[in-house]
Design a protein around this ligand. Sequence first.
Ligand SMILES: [Zn+2]
Length: 884
Amino acid sequence: MKKQYTSYQETMAFLEQAQEKYPELIRVHSIGTTWEGRPIMMATLSANIETADSKPALLFTGTIHAREWIGNELAIKFIDNVLTNIDHNPSIQQALSRNTLYMVPCLNPDGFEYSRTHFSFWRKNRRDNGDGTFGVDLNRNFGVRFKRSADTTVNTYSGPAAFSEPETAAIRDFVLDHKNITIALDYHSQGNVFFPAHKFNHESEIEGTDLNVLCANMNREIHKVTGRQYGIHRGKPPTNLINGSGREYYYSLGIVSAVVEVGTRNIPDYMANMSQSVDENVPAVLYALSEAKNYSDEAPARVDNFTIESVGVYEATLCWDYPESDDIYFELYRSETVKSPCREDNLIAIIGKHTFTDVQLKSGQKYFYNIRAVNKVTDTKSPFSPEIKLKTQLSEDEYFRGLFPSKRGIGYVGQYTLEKNRDHFGYNSLFVGVNKRRGICYGVIAFNMENLPEEARIKNASFSLYPMNRVNAKVENFGEWTVSILDPSEISDITDFNQIHQAKPIQTLGDEIRSDKLTQGIWSHWDLNVAERRIIRKSIKNGTLLLRVEGPRKLPLGADSQMMQFDIGYGKFGSGIHYRPNLEVIYTLPSKQVELTPSSLSTVSKAEAKKNELQSGFDANGDVVYGQMTFLTENLPDPKKTVITEAYLTMSNDNALPTSQDIRFTIELAGLEDLDYESVKNREKKEFIGYEVSNAQLKDKNSHNFIFDSYCREALEDMHAKHAPFHFVVRSTSSSAEKNMLVNWHDLHSNNVCKLVIKYIERRKEPLPAPANLSVTLENRQVKLSWSNPKHADLVGAFVVRNRFHSPRSPLDGVKLYAGSDEYTYDNFGNPNVEKYYSVFAYDDVPNYSAPVSVYYSSEEVIPVEEEKYEKQEEEDDDEPLID
Ligand SMILES: [Zn+2]
């Protein structure tokens, strides 16, 4: 069906008709009057309009910026959808029975009409500023951090005073009058990104997880319709803070609040683009509406002290606090990436206890956990606890390295910026794609591979890039971005556009990212397959891994830019080491091998113990004759560094038994000192080694391997740690009574004497002792942490983590502040006025992390914070400033 944009007049007519037709579902009224005399229309939707104001509510505001027409269109489409489908769709019925929707399709009617009929890129309202200019940016006119600007001509002119405008005053009064509002969504364009609110204090907020999960779950709904995934970006220091915006005003009142930036243009082609944007957001708004109740006074309280009890190689135990109640159970969600949804398919436990062990995890991997309490009587859910992050331990044979490019090893090269390309390195973000000013641009990233041993066997490798949040990134729906490996020996200068442009990739990593999947504020990961890992291995020998990031190279008619920016984590535009591109590698080493010959052999029967001979079977009386072998471990390295990866016993037999009876031979790992018959018979059996061998197999061939399973390998390591010799017993079993049946295994003087073959790698197994004497002080308005590292030859350094809500018990569980060999660090980005926890872990070269030493910090005094430190500046050669 053909459709074009709706005017404000048509919007009002639509709302009034809807009210006439469905008076029990929708109520329409004006909350204020604009400078030009237009009413600001508010639609209230509820399954029972009489009780609407007593139910938890979602506030929807659209088109506060005149040229951002999506808000008005989406509201109309949503209302139409709800009214026509409520009788047939139980999820709409339920959402509107439990919650109320307050919808202002257009909060800036004057500006909207001005944009629609005259100046399409108009942003502000239509206040007469009295100096020949018009308009105030309404989204700079709210009362939180209102900043008066003198220049009335600019697009972001904030007005003479906070709430000086009839539009902002109207919505303020409505919100103050409706304490039932729990969630507020403000619809803007463009960027396909969520911007959850923040509190300007440069630390995580207790609602931070709620905001991310709400957006991620809305994202899931969007994805179902169009396959698109929006970015989720929450203020992180350093960041661009917006003064006087509605989002922060609502949040300051305790309302969970986010801006949704929709689409790739302010006023897109309706049929091609706008209809997609509208369709994908209708179910997302419905989802958000259904959550309003879960953030109300009727919802159960948030779970307290959600934290890690222990982390193993393949499992993790989490615990939390909650008042005892028969009405409450808990929902636990697990994901492998940040900002993931919490929905049915990653709900890993529904549980009444206050602890949970998650099993079957992968070694050395990151996991993210979320929890909420559910009241089963009222069917309401609590807000989320702050998310837990952890990394499982490496398995015994694994090493981990996280590699970052050096400053000189990362930058972008542009077709028309030839002489400046060198200066981009370590300074500008990675501009990748094409635009009219810079031409084709490639990102170039060189990793120094010398830190990895040449013989490393790579088990797992992944490359990650962080697409930055840019409202003006203007990535439209065409083209794709790829990462490929170049041959560094073919390129003499990585800052040379022509060399990078002409290079033939050795391999492209995994899948391309299509423009509609290139998500701002959410990491892009590439897990390397076996062929790619082989190239990585080769690059260790060459010393360098060189990557080229590329996007579209051509612009269609009417487009002037298709460019994504990726964070480099350096320089004043970067967001620090957390956002630096990285290559994470889990590897193992080829094992070494020792072949042990027995230090002694004997045959133990009821009658005697014969040294240096190895026989087993049955004696003349039918009693079992045991063969016994002892191996000494002195050829193995230090037990603390010996990881046995494979072990087997090779046994050769001289003869087989002249019988067709089924006689079988097994080998046991035995804890055995004495060699008399009674000791052997009553031996402490540790474990069987491998499968038994039958007499028929002895006839067939005369050499047999008994392979140790993982339990037996561990038993070997344990005995090695105790410097105990390895004792084995070979014995026979038969289902019939056998007499005088003896197999001769080779004796000590034979070349074919039994052998114990052990393959191992040398790697530390135990973590170091924890650091000590952790203290926290204030120095030059910064939090300073000091500690003592354990005195140990294998110490590599200390790893410092901050968490606002609980003591970090995994190095990943919080914001990383420092890793290195010093015994102090400053919390440069933290806010010294906010109480929080710090943990320090010691680590070795594997790395194994020690138990943490933790400290709680709070300050009585108020410490001034320098805002400039956090203010993010724009790229010098950026096209437009960042605004929303
Ligand atoms: Zn906007």
